[in-house]
Design a protein around this ligand. Structure first.
Ligand SMILES: CC(C)(COP(=O)(O)OP(=O)(O)OC[C@H]1O[C@@H](n2cnc3c(N)ncnc32)[C@H](O)[C@@H]1OP(=O)(O)O)[C@@H](O)C(=O)NCCC(=O)NCCS
Length: 172
């Protein structure tokens, strides 16, 4: 059975061209924009690799974002700044050869743990994502993401406070 590395930052010499998750938009972003954005500091991409070959198995990217208060459920809108600070889980994809082996779960766990740790130093209300289609909404829902009911783009979010309650970011 293949062994995988823990998530690490994308590097200049990573072979992004070989990556194929089966979705053109995510392949294109990874090949064309992931490294450029890394250099610019506008997103941070982390990769899990196959231990033996170093080939990229999956990636996740994070950056900062904002959430309009009016997108939240009514009960959460009161006494909140507008907009609210957020972490954007922008892209998450796993190479076709390695799908169905828990890699997305590992990347998600890493991304949410990172967000919680960051929120200890920099104010942040939630982690935001824009699921590509209805199928993957279930994957996010399993990690506590909920629909932002009034967002026309139908993004999903999970509150940092809820992640902390679920044990994300706990040390020791
Ligand atoms: C969606 C994707 C990231 C899942 O990666 P993966 O490594 O195969 O997923 P995992 O093996 O970690 O599975 C995690 C859970 O998500 C579920 N899942 C996997 N792919 C799913 C999909 N397309 N839709 C809904 N649920 C999915 C699995 O059943 C599993 O749940 P379980 O543990 O309760 O059985 C991967 O199929 C992929 O890269 N697809 C193309 C790109 C894409 O759609 N990315 C999402 C961007 S919003």
């Amino acid at each position: 059975m293949a062994a995988f590395t823990p998530p690490r930052p994308l590097a200049a010499d990573d072979d992004t061209a070989a990556f194929d998750c089966g979705r053109d938009a995510l392949n294109h972003w990874f090949r064309r924009h992931a490294w450029r954005n890394q250099e610019l500091g506008v997103s941070r991409t982390s990769v899990i690799c196959e231990a033996e070959t170093g080939g990229i198995v999956g990636y996740v990217s994070l950056s900062t974002a904002q959430v309009e208060r009016a997108w939240l459920p009514k009960a959460q809108q009161r006494n909140r700044p507008d907009p609210l600070p957020a972490i954007l889980l922008g892209q998450l994809a796993v190479d076709r050869r390695w799908q169905g082996q828990g890699i997305a779960r590992s990347l998600m766990f890493y991304a949410l743990t990172t967000a919680v740790r960051l929120s200890e130093q920099v104010g942040c209300f939630c982690v935001l994502t824009h699921p590509l289609d209805d199928d993957v909404r279930a994957l996010y829902a399993a990690f506590g993401f909920e629909d932002l009911p009034f967002d026309p783009a139908r993004s999903m979010a999970v509150r940092i406070a809820d992640l902390v309650r679920s044990g994300f970011g706990a040390t020791g």
